[in-house]
Design a protein around this ligand. Structure first.
Ligand SMILES: [Fe+2]
Length: 369
């Protein structure tokens, strides 16, 4: 198989010098001899050489100017440039290297040494290219693996959330709907300028993933309390309230062992504070207004809205219109008023998210695990 030779371009106004340089390299490389900068740039319209060897003292356009022009254009910036010149002062060499040349060879030169230096530079360039390629491939591999890990993590958390949901007299539908509603809500929040500074670095997908774990603490609540269809006694209600604290602790344990914990941190705040109320009458801490983490204030609205439009064994579902009105009436007492405005501003999208989830369940696409 014939392998193509590396292309070397030599630019010099002296035919004698061009011929000497060509003689030194022609056996090993495909050599182009060019008498001026103008002709070099014309040649570069059709080929990209592996290296350009430049004389300095030439009429009209000198080697420094050619080098500067090559380095200023993206297409030619990475072509290695070597000066080959009779100018042998340190100043000339420093100027050439400062312009981006990789070597500076003075005439007269030994053909053997000249060839070896070109060979060395081309080898370095090839290694650099190979390293870049390897680095790109490695990054791609890391990205793929990371994606797989995130998908796996997402599935584990979804299943965990569904386990909790089934104990809580609801279905997997609840988990998926909460995620969809949170996605719609967060997108609307991003489009508004409400809490823009606080959410600037947040990732909507991670936030939606986190939301499914808000009730994870219910794994520790007894069935008799969790599924009771009559009013809970005081001590039973106290036990129920503990699902927030327990959820927070469970997620804190995961947070301690997780290097990238943005997702878990959101989940922990949601689990702990989704039953807090704007006016300070919620639980477990009785936090109020901005004292409630933003994740908890978002989750409070999504959780209540979802519960209202859900059918349970002890209640029929409310219509979207009724649910919207109930969220509106809780603005400033139960819920953060600025967030209620954003949430209700995308009513049509919320309706779509609820309908889409119902359709999937009706068609049996999402069955009970
Ligand atoms: Fe809850």
């Amino acid at each position: 198989m014939q392998t193509s030779k590396e292309k070397v371009v030599i630019v010099d106004d002296s035919l004698t010098n061009l011929s000497a340089a060509r003689n030194a390299l022609a056996n090993t490389y495909e050599v182009f001899t060019i008498p001026s900068g103008e002709k070099l740039f014309r040649l570069l319209e059709s080929i990209i050489p592996d290296v350009i060897i430049l004389d300095i003292g030439m009429p009209s356009m000198d080697g420094y100017e050619i080098c500067a022009r090559l380095k200023a254009v993206e297409k030619t910036r990475d072509i290695p440039v070597i000066f080959l010149t009779a100018y042998n002062s340190d100043e000339n060499e420093a100027r050439g290297l400062t312009l981006g040349a990789i070597d500076y060879i003075t005439k007269p030169f030994s053909p053997e040494v000249f060839r070896k230096r070109i060979e060395l530079h081309l080898l370095l360039v090839a290694q650099h290219r190979q390293l870049s390629l390897y680095s790109d491939n490695l990054q791609q591999l890391v990205d793929e693996k990371t994606k797989t890990v995130i998908e796996l993590q997402k599935t584990i958390f979804d299943v965990l959330a569904e386990v909790v949901a089934y104990r809580d007299d609801s279905t997997g539908q609840h988990v998926h709907r909460v995620k969809n509603l949170m996605n719609v809500f967060f997108d609307a929040l991003k489009r508004s300028d409400v809490y823009a500074g606080e959410i600037a670095q947040w990732n909507g997908n991670l936030l939606a993933m986190s939301s499914v774990l808000h009730d994870v603490g219910k794994v520790a609540v007894r069935d008799a309390v969790l599924t009771s269809s009559v009013q809970l006694l005081d001590d039973e209600f106290e036990e129920m309230k503990q699902h927030t604290v327990i959820g927070g602790k469970l997620l804190e344990k995961i947070e301690e062992d997780t290097a990238d914990s943005e997702f878990i941190l959101h989940a922990k705040r949601m689990a702990e504070t989704h039953h807090e109320r704007w006016d300070g009458t919620g639980y477990p801490f009785g936090l109020s207004q901005d004292g409630i983490p933003l994740e908890g204030r978002l989750m409070a609205i999504v959780d209540v809205f979802d519960a209202l439009v859900s059918q349970r064994s002890y209640k029929e579902s409310y219509s979207i219109e009724q649910a919207v009105e109930m969220i509106r009436s809780g603005s400033g007492t139960h819920f953060d008023p600025a967030l209620v405005d954003v949430f209700l501003g995308v009513k049509a999208e919320l309706e779509k998210a609820v309908a889409a989830e119902e359709e999937l369940t009706k068609n049996g696409i999402k069955d009970k695990i």
